[in-house]
Design a protein around this ligand. Structure first.
Ligand code: 5AD
Ligand code: SF4
Length: 496
């Protein structure tokens, strides 16, 4: 039946995004009919786990759902509920399984609800098998390589299950067919599908997908595939389009932005791309992440230094300070290389905020290795650092390394690391107290000082400032005095 529809309409899978626009239209008809039946709009909810890439993917998924006619709601009691999952560490997986139990209960009270799962976890065979066996109420499963197919998968689900319902009425037995579509890999990039920005003034922009680095602890290359760069003209056009709609800040996204463009037909460096983005009129701030230290070029430091728009912030994951462990991690730099790079960046851009990722308890980590990490933290004086306990990921080389570190030792080191990291973050934040700095006003502060009805904004270095002001400032860059440092954020005063 499904194959027939596809052939009749004569839109072959290689014709994207046209094929998806066809399915969006088909879904619009279905959703419209349901609206008439229910006498209300159909709702959707997306729960996103993990990194900026996943949040960006969720904006694309939301764009397609809104084009179809769904409206967003804040909680999971929606007609269509989607989990965009992460698997970089085990605890991300556990959280998803925990939430799935709750979704199952919801669905038993609301049988017409559609539950879909996508993202990195779904690229793991054992996860899909577990869902098929133990969470049979899930309706649609897809992976990281085919998020552009959401409309098609939804349509497939509706058609297959509508047919079942006809049979059901004869047999009076309710069946449900799960739609599962996982690609092992792809070199395809589908452009020009709708996307919904979380905020109207800032946007994440994928510049590349996947990763070729195969750090031995990391599952990303297996679940996000090989590195693929978008063409610079597609990136520039997307940003220009966003800017014409009011965006003033972009975050260029890639697992390793510094190797951007190497595999394009007309190769171009990340620094060259950044220069082109810098020239876009109307754009005020540019961020990017993540930078692998092994690929960070002098050319890039020059572009950052000479630009008025590129934020003076660089996220430069070190992972470990021990050259011996860095080798086992396949990071391709030594502690000394990394420290030299930090020096070089600081000489060129003295006010740069450097942030990092650190893993504690990688297999074979000795007290001496860990001390080397603390040494790097003290030298680099990070503005902030994400610290992670090593998590064994099935299928990665490090999972089968001998001498896994025991839990108690890891916990003790993790606490020591956190103390040291926090000491420098506070020192960094304190060093800016009293200064007047530009802030991009993002939203009403609902968490830090909820009673005061403050606004929340972000400095160039990514730190948050909360201050008094009116709603019309949201989406603007204004000067704010950092009157009081509260550890990792500031209470500020708007300047006139
Ligand atoms: N265990 C712990 N942390 C990990 N990361 C990636 N894989 C693992 C793992 N198996 C961390 C790295 C990376 C960040 C996004 O997640 O520090 O930079
Ligand atoms: Fe994972 Fe290493 Fe690629 Fe980062 S660079 S995504 S840590 S494999």
């Amino acid at each position: 039946m499904i194959d027939e529809i596809y052939t009749n309409e004569n839109i072959a899978p290689e014709h994207e995004p046209e094929r998806q626009f066809f399915f969006i239209k088909k879904m619009q008809e279905i959703v419209f009919a349901k609206e008439q039946e229910y006498r209300r709009k159909l709702t959707y909810h997306i729960s996103t786990f993990g990194c900026q890439m996943n949040f960006k993917d969720s904006e694309k998924l939301a764009g397609v759902l809104e084009e179809i006619g769904f409206v967003e709601v804040d909680d999971e009691k929606a007609d269509f509920c989607l989990y965009n999952t992460c698997t970089v560490r085990e605890n991300a997986n556990s959280r998803v399984y925990g939430r799935l139990g709750y979704l199952g209960k919801l669905k038993s009270r609301k049988p017409d609800m559609i539950i879909a799962m996508c993202g990195c976890m779904m690229q793991e065979e054992h996860v899909v098998e577990t869902i098929k066996k133990s969470y049979r109420f899930v309706d649609i499963i897809f992976g990281t390589h085919n998020i552009y197919k959401l409309a098609e998968l939804l349509f497939t689900y509706y058609v297959e299950n509508a047919e079942d319902k006809k049979e059901d009425s004869k047999k009076s037995k309710k069946k449900h067919k799960m739609v599962v579509d996982i690609l092992k890999g792809t070199d395809r990039i589908v452009e020009e599908l709708p996307s919904k920005l979380k905020a109207s003034f800032k946007a994440g922009i994928n510049i590349m997908f996947g990763c070729n680095n195969f750090c031995t602890y990391c599952i990303v290359p297996y679940v996000r595939g090989r590195e693929r760069s978008r063409k610079p003209e597609d990136i520039i056009n997307e940003i220009k389009d966003f800017v014409s709609k009011g965006v003033i800040e972009v975050m260029l996204l890639g697992q390793n932005v510094n190797s951007y463009g190497k595999n394009l037909d007309n190769p171009i460096s990340f620094a060259e791309l950044l220069k082109q983005v810098d020239e876009i009129e109307g754009l005020k701030r540019i961020r990017f992440m993540t930078s692998h230290p092994k690929d960070l070029s002098d050319e890039l430091i020059e572009v950052m230094k000479n630009s008025k728009k590129v934020c003076h912030h660089i996220h430069l994951p070190v992972q470990s300070g021990s050259s011996r462990l860095l080798k086992k991690m396949n990071r391709v730099y030594t502690k000394e290389d990394y420290l030299k790079l930090i020096d070089k960046i600081r000489v060129a851009i003295p006010d740069i905020a450097i942030t990092t990722d650190i893993i504690v308890g990688f297999p074979g980590e000795t007290e001496e290795d860990f001390e080397e990490t603390l040494d790097v933290v003290r030298y680099a004086k990070y503005a902030s650092a994400f610290t992670f306990i090593y998590s064994k990921r099935t299928g990665t080389p490090a999972a089968s390394f001998p001498d896994q570190v025991d839990e108690a030792t890891i916990k003790e080191r993790f606490d020591r690391l956190l103390k040291e990291v926090n000491r420098f973050s506070e020192e960094y934040a304190k060093s800016l107290e009293g200064k007047v700095m530009p802030v991009l006003v993002e939203e009403r502060d609902r968490e830090v000082e909820p009673d005061k009805n403050y606004l929340t904004g972000r400095l160039d270095n990514n730190l948050l400032v909360h201050f008094e002001g009116s709603d019309d400032l949201i989406g603007q860059i204004i000067d704010v005095k950092l009157s009081e440092c509260k550890g990792f954020y500031y209470i500020g005063e708007k300047q006139f």
